[in-house]
Each structure stands twice: as structure tokens, then as C-alpha cells.
Design a protein around this ligand. Structure first.
Ligand code: NAD
Length: 351
């Protein structure tokens, strides 16, 4: 199928070209798609670039509102292949009305995100960025770099689905005592020795709390002034899930008071709007020449015990390979009118 791949970065092209070539070898027939890589994000202004393409491939920060979807359908597009799990940027009702098929990549590598979360724990505990900067500066002193053994510490894992379960396995390998909280306990985690408790019990006992649950109305600001108040003084908090699981202002207050001893983030609740002169998500762009407009984010950057990465936990070779392979297989399934388990459909509206 001819596919217009919007919002292409160099790494997208590398992994999609490799997966496209491999699809041919595996299928023993020419199953390759005709991929045309476009740098612009898909927006109302750029949708004309998709004219004549039966499929478009898009990412989390492309615009797929009713107007863009209508333009796509009018121009001959019938498939939208999301190269990500989330589909909150798609007007599914409009897509269904226009007869547009939507496919996505629900899971790619839980190891990528789990290992990044553990990387943040280690980097914060042993102050690795600060230590590296000191050595580069010719300063070999150790004052201020004191860490703690992870062995024997209690870690609270909130959300024990695919990613949380890998985190539990890694932490058990370190010799940590793991407390877990999830409305649906995972037998794999129980077998690994995690103990399921309610959230207040987890927060009261954990030296480290790491969040691996989805952002839902029930989990919005799961960590706020009240829940922070239940945690052990000096606790470490890690969030690689979604920014709005934290009330960032309450977190800053807890950092100032010392209640929170360490904070590691890969996501931020306002990551889509850090630079207000642009209207869309910019966490994946180089904006080093712009003035940061978000004072809350700017305050977070001032703490010595805070580490922030720019939504890169998924970013491993294995995850990008899986994303490309699954996306191309999704496109092939729709092209051949086969059932596609990764199709996104509109949830029925309750009567
Ligand atoms: P998953 O669906 O396999 O697991 C989520 C778990 O959270 C489930 O077991 C669910 O029962 C549990 N849960 C739901 N509500 C909860 C609550 N109130 N309290 C505790 N647990 C609750 O999802 P996953 O693949 O493990 O992904 C977890 C999250 O990681 C995703 O929702 C996403 O936000 C995030 N993520 C981040 C990146 C990144 O690059 N930073 C990449 C992929 C996923």
C-alpha cells in the first residue's frame, strides 16, 4: 500500500525501512509497502500532502480532528496507522462516520519503559549526572554523592500490568522488598514475591514509589498533597507513565519541604504545551533556542534531586523495531481485508 509517513524523524525512517525490507523476506512474496517519508506533522495545513495516499502513518502529536479526517477521506485516504499505543488524538466518531480504518500498536517493549524507570532510580540514588559533571570538571570529591543500597529497600509499584511486572522482576533481582498496588493483581508479580496492599499502605511503607498505571479519570493527580503527605520522609518518586498522574505543584511543595527526597520523571503533565507559541506537543523537538514559558517546569529543573527525561522511556532499538513491524503488519492486514486485532473502534455510546 502507498503510505504517507508523517512526522518522520531520522530514526523512524531507519526502523520502518528495515521492517519493510524484512516483511518481504519473511513473507516470501513482495509484501513491501510504498513508504513516503514526510517531515511535517499532520495538521490542517499539511493534510494536502496526503492527497492520493490510501494510508497515512502518524504519531502521538499529529492532529486527527474531524476537519483533518474529512480532508483525508476526501483526498482518497482510507486507513490511518498510528505508530503508538495511544489514540486520544483521533476523533474516532468522525473516523467511523467517514469509513476510515484506524490501527495502532497496543504494546511493543515493556522492557524499554521498565528499564528506563529503574535507570532513573539508579541515576538519582547514586547521583550519576552530578558525579559525571564533577569528574569532567576535575573534581573527584565525593561529598554530596552518598547513595543507599537498593538491596533490602521497600519499593512500591503502582500498576502491575506489562511494564509494572517487568519492574517488579528487575527490583526483585536487586533484592528489594516489593509492595504492589493494582485493582487487578498480576499472578506473575505474586509469584515473584510482590505483596499486594492498598495504596495508603504502599505509600506509608515504600522508600521508592514508581508509577506504572494508565492515566484515567480515577488516576488523575493520584499523587497530590494528600497522598504525598502519606509517604515516608525523603521518599523517591518515579513517573514514566503519564504526567498528569502527579499534581506537579504539590510535588514541588513536597520537594521544597524535603518530604520528597528524589524525583525522576520521563513525562510531564503539560508536556504538550511547554512552549506556548507553538500549539502542539513539542516534547520530541529541539527547542533549545526558545524561551521556556512554563514556570512550573522551570522550577522543577532547579532542584538538584530531580531528574527529567523527555518521554524517551520507550526509545530502544527493540521497541522501535516492534513498532515498525506491527504497524506494517497492521497496514497489510487492512490492505488484504483480513481481521486486524489492533484495529481501534469507537466504544458504543451508553444508552
Ligand atoms: P498495562 O495496561 O499492561 O498495565 C497497566 C496496569 O495499571 C493494569 O494492570 C491496570 O489494572 C493498572 N491500573 C489501572 N488503574 C489503576 C489504579 N488506579 N491503581 C493502580 N493500578 C491501576 O499498561 P502498560 O503497558 O504496563 O503501561 C503502563 C503505562 O505506561 C501506560 O498507561 C502508559 O501511560 C505508560 N507508558 C509510558 C511510555 C513512555 O515512553 N514513557 C511508553 C509506554 C507506556
Amino acid at each position: 500500500m502507498r503510505v504517507a509517513v508523517f512526522n518522520t524523524k531520522r530514526y523512524d525512517r531507519t526502523f520502518f525501512e528495515a521492517a519493510n525490507a524484512a516483511a518481504n523476506a519473511v513473507a516470501n512474496a513482495d509484501r513491501r509497502h510504498d513508504l513516503v517519508f514526510l517531515e511535517p506533522r499532520l495538521t490542517r495545513e499539511t493534510v494536502a500532502l496526503a492527497a492520493g495516499f490510501p494510508a497515512v502513518c502518524v504519531f502521538v502529536n499529529d492532529t486527527l480532528d474531524g476537519e483533518v479526517l474529512r480532508a483525508l477521506a476526501d483526498q482518497g485516504t482510507r486507513l490511518i496507522a498510528l505508530r503508538c499505543a495511544g489514540f486520544n488524538n483521533v476523533d474516532l466518531v468522525a473516523a467511523a462516520a467517514l469509513g476510515l480504518a484506524i490501527v495502532r500498536v497496543p504494546a511493543y517493549s515493556p522492557y524499554a519503559v521498565a528499564e528506563h524507570a529503574v535507570g532513573l532510580i539508579l541515576a538519582l540514588n547514586r547521583q550519576i549526572p552530578r558525579a559525571v559533571a564533577r569528574v569532567r570538571d576535575g573534581d573527584f570529591s565525593l561529598d554530596g554523592l552518598l547513595g543507599f543500597d537498593l538491596h533490602g529497600r521497600t519499593v512500591g509499584v503502582v500498576g502491575t500490568g506489562q511494564i509494572g511486572a517487568v519492574v517488579v522482576r528487575i527490583l526483585r533481582g536487586f533484592g528489594c522488598d516489593v509492595l504492589a498496588h493494582d485493582p487487578v493483581p498480576n499472578p506473575v508479580c505474586v509469584a515473584l514475591g510482590a505483596r499486594y496492599v492498598d495504596l495508603p499502605a504502599l505509600l506509608a511503607a515504600a522508600d521508592i514509589v514508581t508509577l506504572h498505571c494508565p492515566l484515567l479519570p480515577q488516576t488523575h493527580h493520584l499523587i497530590d498533597a494528600e497522598t504525598l503527605g502519606r509517604m515516608r520522609p525523603g521518599v523517591m518518586l518515579i513517573n514514566t507513565s503519564r504526567g498528569a498522574l502527579l499534581d506537579t505543584r504539590a510535588v514541588i511543595a513536597a520537594l521544597k519541604s524535603g518530604t520528597l527526597g528524589y524525583l525522576g520523571l520521563d513525562v510531564y503533565e503539560e508536556e504538550a504545551a511547554l512552549f506556548f507559541e507553538e500549539e502542539a506537543a513539542l516534547f520530541f523537538e529541539d527547542r533549545s533556542d526558545r524561551v521556556l514559558q512554563d514556570d512550573v517546569f522551570a522550577r522543577l529543573l532547579t532542584f538538584p534531586n530531580v531528574l527529567i527525561t523527555g518521554h524517551q522511556a520507550f526509545f530502544t532499538r527493540e521497541a522501535l523495531t516492534a513498532i515498525a513491524e506491527i504497524t506494517l503488519a497492521n497496514i497489510a492486514a487492512i490492505e488484504q481485508d483480513l481481521p486486524c486485532a489492533n484495529a481501534v473502534t469507537v466504544a458504543p455510546t451508553p444508552a
